[in-house]
Design a protein around this ligand. Structure first.
Ligand code: AMP
Length: 285
């Protein structure tokens, strides 16, 4: 089992590495992460390795996607542990740039994906998706892989990235990977580490509620408003504090729907103490 991994910190080194693989006609998969790796990240890596000859993981806690009152300083960081996990999986390289390497002091270009960011997390995290879209566009252009892998857990983010790659003609296939969950259904997340024991017990109410709503809407597609009310009540009863949203949206436009008539998902974001959890569930019809 490999115990070390090539780590590059500069865009020029990343490009040289990729150029060498390209010369050998090798395909390349990219897995962007903010580190604190868990089995959800590892599922993205396994998919990339199944599809591509080479796999690059990136580790960058991107400051521009955190709001002023968010957890940038507290975000869990353990690059050495992440490197060990990536090496054990046989990942070919880790790209772990510094903030200075990623952003010139006078950087003045931002990628804004309109429409898709109007609802769900958009209004609750001003500037977040602009930060994500900009850094992901940069990572894609820096490495120009064949494919890049993102989790369906962050479904709005996945759709934003698909859209920016299409709109900016970035020639990279964007691949969505199903959410990896704990035994009780809670989606794995680096932020789950913030939960107290009691909060962790309550947390599985979020996925349970969203999938119950999805099942009911599969049977009663026009029941959206009543199901949202029911879902909010379930979360409140389980001890969730602020409920940012429970919404049912079209999967392509991410606009809320009052009735399920095409492909749709149920989305939720709510707080347990100081931790914000998000999740989503497809309506199977
Ligand atoms: P993060 O490090 O949280 O920015 O996540 C990096 C990538 O891993 C994103 O594409 C996430 O959507 C994905 N991801 C995070 N949690 C999970 C999960 N539980 N299952 C699948 N993918 C995930």
């Amino acid at each position: 089992m490999p115990t070390s991994i090539i780590t590059v910190r500069r865009v020029s080194e990343l490009r040289a590495l990729v150029a060498g693989w390209r010369r050998a006609d090798e395909t390349i998969g990219l897995v962007p992460t903010m580190g604190a790796l868990h089995d959800g990240h590892l599922a993205l890596i396994r998919q990339a390795q199944a599809d591509c000859r080479r796999c690059i993981a990136t580790l960058f806690v991107n400051p521009t996607q955190f709001g002023a009152n968010e957890d940038l300083a507290a975000y869990p960081r353990d690059e050495a542990a992440d490197r060990t996990k990536l090496a054990a999986l046989g990942v070919d390289a880790l790209f772990a740039p510094t903030v200075d390497e990623m952003y010139a002091p006078d950087a003045s270009t931002t990628v804004i994906v309109a429409g898709l960011t109007e609802h769900l997390c958009g209004p609750f995290r001003p500037g977040h998706f602009a930060g994500v879209a900009t850094v992901v566009a940069k990572l894609l252009l820096q490495s120009l892989p064949d494919a890049a892998y993102f989790g369906e857990k962050d479904f709005q983010q996945l759709q934003v990235i698909r859209r920016l790659a299409r709109d900016l003609d970035i020639p990279v296939r964007i691949v969505g990977v199903p959410t990896v969950r704990d035994a009780d259904g809670l989606a794995l997340s680096s932020r789950n580490a913030y939960l107290s024991a009691d909060e962790r017990k309550a947390a599985s109410t979020l996925p349970r509620t969203l999938s119950s709503i999805a099942e009911r809407l599969a049977r009663s597609p026009s029941d959206v408003a009543a199901q949202i009310d029911w879902g909010r009540a379930q979360l409140a009863a389980a001890g969730f504090g602020k409920i940012d949203y429970v919404e049912v949206c079209d999967v392509e436009t991410l606009q809320p729907v009052n009735e399920v008539s095409g492909p749709a998902r149920v989305f939720g974001a709510a707080w347990l103490g100081r931790t914000r959890l998000i999740d989503n569930a497809p309506v199977q019809r």
